[in-house]
Ligand binder design. Structure first.
Ligand SMILES: [Zn+2]
Length: 342
């Protein structure tokens, strides 16, 4: 939004007083009051109060008068300028579109997942597959990973899902069972198919119908650094290796968009390190993330495609993240120089 939109949003009732610099507007000062002492030029992205001498641009306006953080202010100010077309292209999923699984779904998911977890703990071969991914025994227990040994057909009604003439069953493939929890309740259930091979028509992950479409946060959400990865396994490894330095979100598919509350949470972070698989899909997605989050830096793993692959080949996720933290300084410098310029 430009200064004119922002002033209107704040209820300042600006009046156009001249056409100079693409339009000059006067209104009361949001800081010291009066009638017309606050002047601004939306085209120049500049404001000035001739009484209290407060001045700045749209971003400064958002910080001083709307109380937004630097990142949130950038987003708000960008919203106007970059706009109308980019807004529709980059519209985040809104909160109303968050699906909460039903109570019977959660009960069924808990039961299935607990059984699978117990099975994994006693099945050496299956355990080998999980350990191969670099996950420690502690992580396996913490995330309650499980094992589904054979393809299983369940009635949809058993999961509290609607049945129709043609849709009576869900088919749970064999593989590693990944429950995604929030407040110790299962919100989402995925299976990494054991029979999946490169080139298969369907993806390597199966998401049980009825799962929430929320984007899970791994680790301590209060840490101001967040790593953005694609797969849940990557997120678990990041927390296992560097959970004291950062938290992590697994967007679970390159094209997924954060919902509004996740978006606000992401914007409030000091630094987002973007580590989506840098395949064709990942690179394309980077454009959206770059446009939407001024606090984001691309930070692919130095080798291999994903943090998980990098770790399994002997790379240190901790060192990779530690060196990414140095980018934080750049962001702070950027913010400082902005202050000085104004
Ligand atoms: Zn003033």
């Amino acid at each position: 939004m430009n200064l004119l939109d922002l002033a209107k949003e704040l209820g300042l009732d600006p009046r156009k007083t001249s056409a100079s610099h693409g339009g000059e507007y006067h209104c009361p000062c949001p800081s010291c009051g009066g009638n017309d002492r606050f002047m601004f030029w939306p085209e120049d992205d500049r404001y000035w109060c001739r009484q209290c001498n407060s001045k700045g641009d749209a971003i400064q306006f958002c910080r001083d008068f709307l109380g937004l953080s630097f990142q949130a202010a950038c987003m708000k100010a960008q919203k106007n300028s970059a706009n109308s077309n980019s807004q529709s292209r980059f519209k985040p999923a809104d909160t109303s579109s968050i699906r909460e699984p039903s109570g019977s779904w959660k009960d069924k998911a808990r039961h299935f997942s607990d059984t699978a977890h117990q099975r994994l703990l006693i099945d050496k071969t299956a355990m080998g597959l999980v350990v191969q991914r670099g996950l420690s025994f502690n992580s396996i227990q913490q995330y309650r990973l499980g094992w589904n040994p054979i393809k299983a057909f369940h009635r949809r009604s058993d999961w509290g899902l609607k049945e129709t003439e043609n849709r009576k069953w869900i088919c749970l493939p064999a593989g590693i069972v990944i429950p995604i929890l929030e407040n110790s309740q299962i919100q989402k259930l995925k299976i990494r198919k054991s029979e999946w091979k490169e080139g298969n028509f369907y993806g390597k992950y199966y998401e049980v119908p009825g799962s929430s479409n929320m984007i899970p946060i791994f680790g301590d959400p209060s840490i101001p650094i967040c790593i953005v990865v694609e797969a849940e396994f990557d997120a678990m490894l990041v927390i296992q290796e560097a959970g004291d330095l950062c938290n992590c979100i697994a967007i679970g598919g390159a094209q997924k968009r954060p919902d509004l509350s996740t978006q606000q949470w992401l914007v409030s972070k000091k630094l987002l390190l973007f580590a989506l698989d840098f395949d064709v899909a990942g690179k394309k997605e980077y454009f959206y993330w770059h446009e939407s989050y001024p606090n984001l830096e691309p930070w692919p793993v130095p080798e291999e495609k994903s943090p998980g692959d990098f770790f399994v080949k002997g790379g240190s996720l901790r060192m990779w993240i530690s060196s990414g933290l140095k980018l934080l300084q750049n962001h702070e410098l950027l913010e400082d120089s902005r202050h000085q310029r104004l």
